[in-house]
Design a protein. Structure first.
Length: 86
């Protein structure tokens, strides 16, 4: 209602692709590992909104373990962001 996510089916507040699949970007500043000799690298793995917190905590060096790990949904994609071609 009131929006179009063509060519994806569904819309906001639905579980179809149009409701949950959105674009995001990450700027790494001077992180040269996110660049190849051909320019910026695109990370093509699927990443859910719940994955942002564990990824950012991992990037900041905060270890998730025990009860803290159990309380946080999602997984860290930090390793994949640092080396997306591996």
């Amino acid at each position: 209602i009131g929006s179009s996510n063509y060519p994806l089916r569904g819309g906001k507040h639905s579980t179809w692709e149009g409701g949950i699949r959105v674009r995001a970007f990450l700027s790494a500043g001077s992180a040269t590992s996110l660049y190849s000799s051909d320019g910026p690298i695109t990370y093509t793995n699927l990443m859910d909104g719940a994955d942002w917190l564990p990824t950012l905590l991992d990037a900041a060096g905060v270890a998730l373990n025990g009860q803290t790990r159990a309380a946080v949904d999602g997984v860290s994609h930090f390793g994949g962001l640092l080396n997306p071609l591996a």
